[in-house]
Design a protein around this ligand. Structure first.
Ligand SMILES: [Zn+2]
Length: 288
């Protein structure tokens, strides 16, 4: 019953996290690339995705669909990229609500009154996660190696979307989203369906010994720190993600992993691979 959550490139891992499904799909719409996860697509009444870097107007190392407003690029370009992205993903452009990520674990409850925040209007207060039960808006989070946590409750018809870098993952922002859905909308964690989006893989996520030590201390039951000869430690953020959802009461068969590594996929931006000279991608989730 207990198996590794992923097929590691090196077969040297203890098998302690229940297996979760893994898979992603990719499509181009008018030149805009969009990743989805089959396990989430099977849920009727919800729409989700994750942008790639093609089909936009940005140039240089932002080429071409940079969807980050926090990088030194023309705001007009980013807005135009969002227009193209929204057309491709069939998202109403003026009804998005964007996170204001701070690598923390604040999750805000939002609704139609927040539409446009972060790009047409002032941004939300600092937050890395959003929850809603309002079908009139689309939740958006920004990414460039950090995980997107998609959380769907098909019973209560509410959703949560979070940006989880290593700090957010360490702080268990996934559990904060689950708790938010329970408190605000009465969700039972057993009903939640979770997706973990394209993000940096365990083989690419090298860290210093301090960070490795923090993960080993916070997640002592799983081998999330990888020690290899002549290498700095690596952290398996995907395993950390799955573990925090399991601990929050989510069923293992309801967790799926995109398995796409941003640092190894040249159709995606990667902060780590590109040494910060890169654009940003967007995750989206909405109730139809
Ligand atoms: Zn990788």
């Amino acid at each position: 019953m207990i198996q590794s959550m992923q097929e590691t490139k090196r077969n040297d891992r203890k098998q302690v996290v229940p297996v979760i499904s893994r898979g992603s799909k990719f499509r181009f719409v008018n030149g805009v690339g969009i990743y989805t996860m089959p396990a989430l697509e099977r849920l009727a009444g919800f729409d989700h995705g994750f942008s790639a870097r093609s089909g936009g107007v940005s140039e240089g190392f932002f080429t071409s669909l940079n969807l980050s407003f926090t990088r030194p690029e023309s705001r007009d370009n980013v807005v135009e990229n969002y227009r193209r992205f929204c057309r491709a993903a069939q998202i109403p452009f003026d009804r998005m609500v964007m996170d204001s990520y701070a690598h923390e674990t604040t999750v805000l409850c939002v609704d139609g009154r927040d539409a446009g925040k972060g790009y047409l209007r002032d941004p939300l207060p600092s937050c890395d996660g959003l929850i809603t039960n309002d079908p009139s808006i689309t939740l958006i989070t920004g990414h460039a190696d950090c995980m997107a946590f998609y959380c769907i409750d098909p019973v209560k018809r509410c959703i949560g979307l979070a940006h989880a870098g290593w700090r957010g993952a360490l702080g268990r922002i996934g559990a904060v989203v689950v708790k938010g859905l329970s408190n605000h909308y009465g969700s039972n964690p057993k009903d939640l369906v979770i997706g973990i989006g394209p993000s940096i893989c365990p083989d690419c996520f090298e860290v210093g010994s301090n960070v490795a030590g923090e993960f080993a201390a916070a997640f002592p039951d799983i081998p999330c720190v990888l020690e290899r000869p002549d290498q700095k430690p690596h952290v398996d953020l995907w395993m950390v993600a799955a573990k925090q959802f399991l601990d929050a009461g989510v069923l293992p068969e309801h967790i799926s992993l995109s398995g796409v590594c941003t640092a190894e996929t040249h159709r995606l931006y990667s902060h780590r691979r590109d040494r910060g000279r890169t654009g940003g991608m967007a995750a989206y989730l909405r109730i139809l």
